[in-house]
Design a protein around this ligand. Sequence first.
Ligand SMILES: Nc1ncnc2c1ncn2[C@@H]1O[C@H](COP(=O)(O)OP(=O)(O)OP(=O)(O)O)[C@@H](O)[C@H]1O
Ligand SMILES: [Mg+2]
Length: 532
Amino acid sequence: MQRKKIGHILAGSLVEGLTMRLEPDFPLEDIKTGKFVCIQGAHYRFFSLITDLELQVSHPDILLFPPSDDEKLLTSVIKKRDIYANVMLRPMLMLDQFGHRMPVKTIPAHFAHVYEATTQDVAEIFGDEKQEQKYFNVGVPLDMTTPVCIDLDRFIERSNGIFGKTGTGKTFITRLILAGLVKSEKAVSLIFDMHSEYGYQARKEGEGLAFVKGLKTLFPNKVALFSLDPESTRRRGCTPDLEVVLNFQDIRVDDVMPLQDELNLHPTALEAAYLIAGKYGNNWLQVLLDQESRLKEFAAEVGAHAESVGALHRKLKRLERFPFLQRGTDATKVIDRMIEYLDRGIHVILEFGNQTSMLCYLLVASIISRRIYDAYVSKTEKFLASQNKADQPRPLVIAIEEAHKFLNPTAAKQTIFGVIAREMRKYYATLLVVDQRPSGIDEEVISQIGTKIVAQLNDEKDIQAILTGVSNPAGLRSILATLDSKKQALVMGHAVPMPVVIKTREYDETFYKAMMPGVKEENIRKVIEEIF
Ligand SMILES: Nc1ncnc2c1ncn2[C@@H]1O[C@H](COP(=O)(O)OP(=O)(O)OP(=O)(O)O)[C@@H](O)[C@H]1O
Ligand SMILES: [Mg+2]
């Protein structure tokens, strides 16, 4: 296939990136930041992203007396020699003659030719979904049509993040990737679905009232829907597989930790909580809530400050309003059911329905994740002891939206999510964090994130946070700053060989069909109709 030359290398360095002179007849406006190009060196091909563009002139006098529109000959002469455009490139990956990928450790020589990347280049670098099941198509490079794939095997090895400001398509791309995981059966996922967008259907902005299908609709047998607000789920015409009822006994002091901000809890109140738990164990919360009329005496009994106990009681009283929290003596079985499903390879979506308060989300996600953490730790220990392949835990991906609420610098040190982000990889569980404000997330957690998918971000602090730990961030910064406001993202990290800007894969009928191969279109309709 004939490659299209777009320019040649003039200058540059390994650290700062390279400068290319654009061919005089190549349309300047076809060159955009984030575009994917290939520099042909003597021994290597350097795959690079365009990071910046500038206009140049060979002599400043030309700018003093620019040719008029009528002076066509003069214009064409100076266009050949004296006015030109330079394009900044950042090499991200090099390939030798045998197609081996390696990190960029050298640079091409002067005047090396630069070409537009071809279909084969993209397939060679990012893999082909049709060839290997581990590849999952997430979109296409700018101005191209060949899919960019992420390597799902590598994706599930680390915690991952999807970032971008509101309305950029985070939820859509998260749903897309989760669908990829369900289809490939590489891992199971547990999705804390705060806005009920992953289960049966979700609103699509834009074209009037439109809906897209959720994961339960696409994979009815591989996804279970748990609901905290079954009424709301039913009102939307769907039936949850299980209604979630939790018990006051399920709540540990550690689960109240992430609620500090929401409840405005003082650290001394938490200390009091620990004292109560020290005495009453799992019943601590129920006992505390029952002390309405004798808080002072109760404080003295547990050896805590009366005011702290009073404040703790007053604030935790709010939890009694949650309909899904019930009193009782048995710890609930719902979480055990959830773990059973996950063990059988069935993905679990926990819908919050109208229980959309941050308080509820933080509390429930924390209770459940802590239990799952314990289960995974003991499963891994069992596997390490037996070394029997059958005991190996199935990798688990826990998806949370508004992740900075769980993973801000204070919470990350205290809550179960900080532990999962930092060390659960060893125990086969990782997080998929979805967030608008990466700057709110603890730096240590961000630095542990394997693959980042970053849509448009405007705040300098957020861009900075994304680029912590990235070498030579300058080029990527300009790419991030110029992303479209929707359906475009920079993908970088562990699951892709090099950073790349993509137009995200469309979540539509074509996608549904790809997720249900072997099923004829009319049958897909039937499956979908049966569910609704
Ligand atoms: N891959 C896609 N396929 C089809 N439509 C998309 C895609 N990505 C984004 N969109 C469109 O963009 C809209 C916003 O996307 P989405 O709801 O994912 O944003 P978000 O980043 O999750 O926003 P918020 O932070 O407010 O939750 C969608 O309603 C949809 O119309
Ligand atoms: Mg969203």
